[in-house]
Design a protein around this ligand. Structure first.
Ligand SMILES: C[S@@+](CC[C@H](N)C(=O)[O-])C[C@H]1O[C@@H](n2cnc3c(N)ncnc32)[C@H](O)[C@@H]1O
Length: 355
């Protein structure tokens, strides 16, 4: 392992305070203000570390724009309405969805664009790509203005830090990141038994919890129950709950060891959709889905839109549209692993795509 400044910093913390929770490790590796991944990398896109659905095909954002317009019209067309995106990356999803939203002029006029983004370098990218939308930035969803809300988040929840627990013969124990005899980062198991109520899974199982996602679901659930609106989350994850260690690291489009090169690789983990939906429902919202990304996009008409977009284009562009379409829908690529969950409040109409 090469000794990066962040690695030295983590070693110092572990020597001083003992092994770190996986949650704290992820938070430092991603968000350390000087050496964290988001402070030092421009992650999204072919030239970054990973590619997301909006970067693969413009149709992804366009269909979400139409989904929002449809929900807005059927829920009384509130004007103004806050359009918020959590973790907008390069601003591609927002650009595509606003273009589609403009096909319903009254909807486009009603939108007030708000972006929740913690990365200064990605905010700089969004300032360029979303200049015409005149967005307002926020550090957290808590400062979004009150009123009817439409919220979207693609690959946002997977970036929120997780805790991990391991089932041993005497019960559940927290997994932590410590140091081995060679002074390298390694997973260790906290000797203290966890007293909170966790499921009765077999010895050896790993269980993941994501406190920040639960808090977000609870706060959004409360808000949507009191004010009008909908929130759409697209991410990779599992449903129903399942044991397993899903912490993963990606750099330059390749998977790598999550404890190797902290700060130089993106760290994520799969989303527990049941847990997220339950936290929002307990706070008063209605949860829809999750359904697979393929099923959702097909219900929204992706096949027709792809054919129309390819019509009359040069062969190379047609091939690009076709390959993007396949990547979003294919079972072996993003079609099944990626899932879509919507939250709505009060007596909102059923959102499209969740029949
Ligand atoms: C995987 S990228 C997804 C980007 C974009 N949604 C897309 O689909 O291309 C995660 C995004 O969420 C942002 N992000 C992650 N954790 C965050 C947090 N706790 N608060 C605010 N933004 C966060 C990142 O800076 C980045 O913009």
């Amino acid at each position: 392992m090469s000794a990066t400044p962040l690695l030295e910093h983590l070693r110092g913390l572990i020597r001083a305070d003992g092994p770190l929770t996986v949650e704290r490790y992820m938070d430092i590796a991603l968000w350390h203000p000087q050496w964290g991944y988001y402070a030092t990398h421009s992650p999204v896109g072919a030239h970054g570390d990973f590619v997301t659905a909006p970067e693969i095909s413009q149709i992804f954002g366009e269909l979400i724009g139409l989904w929002l317009a449809d929900f807005w019209q059927r829920s009384g067309a509130p004007d103004p309405v806050i359009l918020a995106e959590l973790g907008p990356g390069n601003g591609t999803l927002m650009t595509d969805l606003l273009r589609a939203a403009a096909t319903v002029p009254a909807f486009r006029r009603a939108l007030r664009v708000h972006l929740v983004e913690a990365s200064a370098s990605l905010r700089a990218v969004q300032t360029r790509t979303l200049h015409d939308a005149a967005p307002t930035w926020h550090d957290s969803p808590a400062t979004l203005p009150s009123g009817p809300l439409l919220l979207v988040a693609n690959e946002f929840l997977d970036a929120l830090p997780i805790r991990q627990f391991e089932r041993q013969a005497d019960g559940w124990h927290e997994r932590r990141v410590g140091l081995d005899v060679k002074n390298e980062l390694t997973f260790v198991v906290d000797p203290a038994r966890i007293t909170e109520n966790l499921p009765d899974w077999p010895v050896g199982s790993v269980l993941e919890r994501r406190p920040a996602a639960r808090t977000l679901a609870r706060d959004l659930g409360r808000r949507l129950a009191l004010q009008r609106g909908a929130a759409l989350f697209i991410d990779y994850g599992y449903f129903p709950p399942a044991p397993g260690d899903t912490l993963q690291a990606v750099a330059r489009h390749e998977r790598c060891d999550p404890l190797r090169s902290p700060g130089a690789a993106d760290l994520t983990a799969h989303v527990d959709f049941a847990d997220f939906g339950a936290a929002a429902t307990a706070a008063g919202a209605h949860a829809w889905g999750p359904v697979s990304q393929a099923r959702f996009l097909k219900a929204l008409g992706i096949d027709i839109r792809a054919r129309r977009l390819a019509d009359g284009k040069a062969a190379q562009q047609q091939a690009q549209i076709e390959s993007g379409h396949r990547r979003l829908l294919d079972e072996t690529q993003m079609g099944t692993l990626f899932k879509v969950l919507a939250l709505t409040g009060g007596d909102a109409p059923p959102p499209a795509g969740f029949d």
